[in-house]
Design a protein around this ligand. Structure first.
Ligand code: DLL
Length: 432
């Protein structure tokens, strides 16, 4: 089933015409309502009158996460304060979160896009879906939830953190679908196996995303659980989950390009690359009202094709992600920048700015250890391993990153120094 055939199967020239019409309106809207964009466009010598169709998009300047940070919290909002009905947030590169706001119209569009994605995964109103992404400021839980309800499926808001209850309900309710991170689903498959419940479940499909994964991991999930697993992509800045998803063909992720216009650029030259070539994904939100973004650099690396898919959809498809052009890590589904750790440690006078993050995956769950060098003056036998300082740092890190880390205190001058770009991360995770 195709959820919104009128939009997902448009002729290329009709899609281009729609995108052009929407871009012209959008540029006028942000120019009139967001001081940041007005200034940026004036500086670039481009006015709304210069934008006639979607090809003119290249005249517009890029937007980055730093721009969101510099205008924290609401500086890029275009809608009136009283028209914003929801806030979400994701990690910023340092202390402050990246904040996004939605109007009622944005929530409606977002839900529709997620419904399209769930439908690409074969989910219908007859399904019972457990949403096991985090609810709260993270867009995963509420985004998937509203989309599933939009579709009319029976939606079970599990959230994260209670695998036993999730599994009990999966069996008792006869859940047929699940939305969660791929690593968590692998973990759940192990719990199900250990509990001897694999033949008691009715699960047939999963919509996994929010972190990188591989074809091998998909095969593993499908084989262990006897289901099909789909790749769903999105980011809070653009809307949340529901920007793109793969259909039964598993031949790339269909982008909801009537709302989110994709470009792929070379992250060094910032010039567009050809279809099929890997580069950085850039999005322009064509219809967003709360916080529309123009040419937002996602830092996610992928390639694009505009060829129609065998499933009947004609929307542009992006390939599975092959990394990022910055140093963001995703640990237990949470976006983490090493610069956040650095910013947090500045407030702890007993430690130096030297630290190392060691990321691992044990039983399909991510672990994070942070080794922190203690200031010489504070490093005595008593300090070594002392609980109070370890706890203090653990709290500061928890507050900064939103996840728990194991803290290991290190003596002065023990962590490796680098002559070039400092190395702050050892990522031992092997995506199976
Ligand atoms: O992770 C939104 C989301 C929730 C997507 C649930 C899918 C499912 P953020 O927290 O803002 O939003 O993180 C966005 O996560 O730029 C990618 O680097 C990464 N990411 C998201 N989906 C995928 C995926 C949500 N399917 C950042 N494959 C993005 C690889 C993904 N990376």
């Amino acid at each position: 089933m195709i959820y919104n055939e009128a939009r997902e199967c448009m002729k290329r020239e009709d899609m281009t015409a729609l995108q052009s019409e929407r871009l012209v309106k959008l540029v006028r809207y942000v120019y009139d309502n967001v001081e940041f964009y007005r200034r940026r466009m004036d500086e670039a010598g481009v006015s709304p009158a210069d934008i006639h169709d979607i090809r003119d998009i290249v005249k517009l300047p890029y937007t980055t996460k730093n721009d969101l940070r510099d205008t924290y919290p609401f500086g890029l909002f275009a809608a009136k304060r009283e028209d914003i009905v929801r806030i979400h947030a994701s990690s910023g590169t340092t202390g402050k979160a990246t904040v996004v706001g939605y109007t009622k119209g944005d929530i409606e569009t977002w839900s529709e896009c997620v419904a399209r994605c769930l439908s690409m995964a074969g989910i219908t109103k007859n399904d019972i879906i457990q949403v096991a992404y985090g609810y709260g400021l993270f867009t995963g839980g509420l985004g998937a939830h509203y989309g599933a309800e939009h579709l009319g499926a029976m939606t079970v808001p599990m959230g994260t953190g209670n695998s036993k209850k999730l599994i009990t309900m999966m069996v008792d309710f006869g859940a047929t679908a699940i939305a969660c991170t791929p690593s968590y689903l692998l973990h759940l498959s192990e719990v199900l196996r250990d509990e001897g419940l694999l033949d008691k479940i009715k699960l047939r499909t999963a919509v996994c995303g929010a972190e990188p994964w591989t074809e091998k991991m998909r095969n593993e999930i499908e084989a262990r659980l006897g289901i099909t697993a789909h790749d769903i992509y999105g980011l809070s800045e653009i809307t949340g989950p529901g920007v793109a998803c793969d259909c039964a063909e598993h031949a790339g992720l269909h982008v909801c390009e009537d709302h989110f216009y994709p470009e792929i650029i070379d992250p060094k030259t910032l010039m567009p690359v050809r279809d099929g070539e890997v580069g950085e994904l850039v999005f322009t939100t064509l219809t967003k009202e709360g916080i529309p973004l123009i040419r937002y650099r996602t830092k996610d690396l992928t390639s694009i094709t505009h060829e129609p898919c065998a499933c009947g959809r004609t929307s542009a498809r992006i390939s599975r992600f092959c990394g990022r052009s910055d140093d963001m890590l995703i640990i237990r589904g949470v976006n983490v920048f090493p610069s956040q750790v650095e910013a947090a440690l500045v407030d702890v006078q007993e430690v130096t700015p030297h630290y190392m993050m060691i990321v691992d995956r044990v039983n399909n769950l991510d672990t994070l250890e942070i080794q922190v060098e203690v200031e010489a003056g504070y490093y005595t036998d008593e300090v070594r391993g002392i609980e109070k300082l370890t706890k203090k740092i653990a709290t500061v890190i928890q507050q900064a990153l939103g996840i728990n880390a194991k803290i290991k205190l290190m003596g002065p001058n023990t962590l490796p120094r680098s002559e070039g770009k400092a190395v702050h991360v050892i990522d031992n995770r092997k995506l199976v």
